[in-house]
Design a protein around this ligand. Sequence first.
Ligand SMILES: [Fe+2]
Length: 249
Amino acid sequence: MKISIENISGIKEISAVQDRLSQGEIIVVRGFFSEQIMELLENSIARLLENEATWMPLYDECEDYHRINDEYPKSYVKAKTHSFMFHFFKKMNSDLLQATMPLWDLKLQWGGVNEESAKNAKLTALPSDGYIARVVSHLYPAGGGYLAKHRDPINQANMIQTLIVGSQFGRDFKTGGLYVYATDGTPFFVDECCDKGDLLLFDQSFQHEVKPVDVKQNLDWGSMAGRLQHVLLFTRSDYLKGSVADVES
Ligand SMILES: [Fe+2]
């Protein structure tokens, strides 16, 4: 297992990227998103934080919302996280959609969707269409936010999981963070190789976890202190029953 620093031109070909990832390479695409785009994401989160935390099923009436997972027993993986959902079937999020378009373009290109009209249809689809596009921002709050060690099942809607690094190790948080484990169990501490705004790719069939963040601080669910990451996802709506649940982190 090794960590490689890349630029965008090095990750255009999905088959080459998949080969590298499946062999245990962790790819960091440096500076994928500008400071302005990271700020737009943070401002969107701050606005959402003014509402009460809740949860909503993914139907056409679904609003943007934020959710606290304080070791919720039904979670696929045990976690202490604060998540923020922004849905692109909402016109109010068109700025966020435009700002994150380079990564949507890449994800759609990987999925073989190149026609402009087909792209738009996928990006603005309603829950009643089946799958929707959204950005989910996960905060692992200072004071012990974490995600237990796990592997993720293959997810056809998101061939490669794309994590956007939303905080800086050493500045925004000092201890804990993302570890990926080689097949022999050797841990790789990924966050020390990442800068805010980087795109991070690794094969999620390797075990990984977010170790508790800044445990010596008090946990405050109203604070954005801690480790932040953003994920762009095509997510199955709750109109589709009986499928395997999508995994979002
Ligand atoms: Fe995961």
